[in-house]
Write a protein that binds this ligand. Sequence first.
Ligand SMILES: NC(=O)c1ccc[n+]([C@@H]2O[C@H](COP(=O)([O-])OP(=O)(O)OC[C@H]3O[C@@H](n4cnc5c(N)ncnc54)[C@H](OP(=O)(O)O)[C@@H]3O)[C@@H](O)[C@H]2O)c1
Length: 280
Amino acid sequence: MILVTGAAGNVGTHVVRSLLEAGEKVRVMTRDPGQRSFPDGAEVVSGDLARPEALPAALSGVERAFLFPAATGVDAFLDAARPAGVQHVVLLSSSSVVAATPGFLGERHLRIERAVAGSGLPYSFVRPGAFMTNDLAWASQIRHGDVVRGIHGRAASAPIDPRDIAAVAVRALLDPHSGAEHVLTGPQSLSQIERVQIIAGAIGRPLRFEEATEEQYREQMLRYGMPAPVIDQLVAGLGAVSDGRAAAISPAVEQITGRPAFTYASWVAGHAAAFGPAPA
Ligand SMILES: NC(=O)c1ccc[n+]([C@@H]2O[C@H](COP(=O)([O-])OP(=O)(O)OC[C@H]3O[C@@H](n4cnc5c(N)ncnc54)[C@H](OP(=O)(O)O)[C@@H]3O)[C@@H](O)[C@H]2O)c1
């Protein structure tokens, strides 16, 4: 039995589907079983990493687990996983842990990685960079106009498709190698301006990236629900690469899965509806 936490998330959804396709027994843990739908064949249990009392039942009979990096609750999960006999934990982490300055997000993921590594349980770390799905934050602006406002449009990153993160996590669950640490990126370095142009091509109408002031950008991200320390890190990160230098690309997705990583264009094609219909 494999337990998947964060199973309704961008990554977890694909982890569940792939494990079921591979013929594995899958249990998903969700805080809200009534509001979530999971594929047939997945056993659904109610649970919350922040509420340890339900964890022993969720972990009963579990051999391997995909662990979502919730801000609180990972220690309790590990404490319950050991006596349950869990033999491998695959942690969704972040490439920010290997950055020269990990920042707020990197420090949070480092704390969780240290807890997992110190638990005595065999583990793998899956450390993706920015998800392609982050660009869904542009969807509302694109649905309502032809401008995406942001800062440092030339800043490049190598965003990764959550399907690829899930594919690596699934390999780590099916063929566990204790201590493996996979830093993952997408296959291309793309500036924000280039990504907006790829979306424009997919939805068939012109779009442009417009530079906002840092203050406007911070307000926009706060409205989007992003915590202030994360906005600080985002602003600093974009500023640090605003000269347009190319982002580093990791070959790990292709090496581990045996197929190329999904391109940004392929991700956009699958999400074109979120960016809205082309005007008549
Ligand atoms: N976005 C990025 O660019 C990026 C980059 C590197 C790393 N990451 C990491 O990836 C995470 C996001 O992954 P994602 O996009 O797949 O997630 P997501 O789409 O934000 O989904 C969140 C999932 O996590 C579950 N969850 C949240 N808190 C929980 C808790 N206390 N107990 C149990 N389950 C909980 C929720 O499950 P229920 O509501 O069903 O309980 C939900 O399915 C980030 O938080 C970060 O740690 C993100």
